[in-house]
Design a binder for this molecule. Structure first.
Ligand SMILES: [Zn+2]
Ligand SMILES: [Zn+2]
Length: 341
């Protein structure tokens, strides 16, 4: 089968190769990939700034059709349409695994960088990591399942947004635009902030119902947030950009006794005004992955058409055009790029 493979550590080393197909183990199913999304993490892996174990097939956001079923699988049958989640393997015994938060497991192994992922025609995956898709959810929509589960976990499970809240989402990427939509469903007013090069993404935020979409290079974000909140600042801030200047603006925009959620991943240790946590008596809540219930809710929101997922898909490519697909993801002109293998 064809697969997009990171062939060596360091920068680049990416190729479309003829890659061996595997057979499902007893607890696995084999999926024919329907759609697989490119995520910011993939760019880090390609640049060599995210730990991966080459040679490895990339791709960790995926959905597809079950074409083979392992002998021990009871919950899925041939022809089922599913969206797959990571991690691929965890220990099953540590406190995090036992509590259902296996993203925190020290032995977590993820498809798409530790072991082979979904930028390929087929993938074998543990059946327990699959969530069945109702007929009304297309593969194009389900390709957004993973970032949607991340946003559900952050907005509904790690924090709680209430009607009447003013929410700031800094960083209008895929997770940011899904965070916007969930916060709107919860009844908040939402400001989305981005850079000049994010113009298409800010326009998308406006279409999706943002109360303000702010280009921070042209407008004064903190002044706009203050004006919308009677001078107080935002009740909850989701920092989705993973950039130090964005975080600096978030410390200023959040109100006293408010909540700040760093959702983006920074390039490494950063300098930031940590005193704001104390001086403003802030709650700072980390949110990284998702749990089973995040996925259950994500699939339900897609099925009920309460999240406009397919509008976020700006580009679709076959695997053969992987170089172009990664290029439009990197230059910021895309919202979400998916492969249709
Ligand atoms: Zn991702
Ligand atoms: Zn564990």
């Amino acid at each position: 089968m064809k697969a997009v493979v990171k062939t060596a550590p360091g920068e680049g080393a990416l190729a479309l190769l003829d890659w061996p197909e595997t057979m499902p183990e007893p607890h696995q199913v084999k999926l024919r990939i329907g759609a697989a999304g490119i995520c910011g993490t993939d760019l880090h892996i390609i640049r060599g700034t995210w730990p991966s174990r080459p040679p490895v097939v990339l791709g960790h956001e995926f959905c597809g059709t079950v074409v083979e079923v392992g002998s021990a699988v009871r919950n899925l049958s041939l022809g089922d349409r599913v969206v797959g989640s990571n991690p691929a393997h965890t220990c099953g015994h540590c406190r995090h695994c036992r509590a259902g938060n296996d993203f925190m497991c020290a032995e977590r192994v993820s498809a798409g960088y530790h072991i082979d992922g979904a930028f390929a025609e087929y993938l074998c995956i543990d059946a327990r990591r699959c969530h069945k898709l109702p007929d009304q959810v297309s593969f194009r929509e389900a390709a957004l399942g993973e970032p949607l589960a991340v946003a559900v976990h952050a907005v509904i499970e790690r924090t709680s947004v209430h009607a009447g809240d003013l929410v700031l989402v800094s960083g209008p990427g895929c997770v940011g635009l899904l965070t916007l939509q969930i916060a709107k469903l919860e009844g908040a007013r939402v400001v989305v902030a981005g850079l000049g090069r994010d113009r298409a993404r800010l326009e998308c935020a406006r279409r999706l119902g943002a109360d303000a979409a702010v280009d921070v290079e042209q407008e004064d974000l903190v002044a706009i947030v203050r004006e919308l909140s009677g001078g107080e600042g935002a009740d909850i801030v989701y920092e989705c950009a993973g950039s130090p200047p964005s975080l600096a603006a978030c410390w200023q925009a959040v109100r006293k006794e408010g909540t700040l959620v760093p959702l983006g991943i920074y390039p490494g240790p950063i300098q930031t005004d940590f005193n704001q946590i104390t001086l403003k008596e802030l709650r700072v809540m980390g949110s990284y992955g998702y749990v089973w219930s995040s996925w259950q809710r994500a699939v339900k929101l897609l099925a009920e058409k309460r999240i406009r997922a397919s509008e976020l898909v700006s580009h679709e490519f076959p695997l053969e055009r992987f170089e172009q697909a990664f290029a439009v993801t990197a230059n910021g002109s895309a919202v979400k790029v998916v492969f249709l293998p």
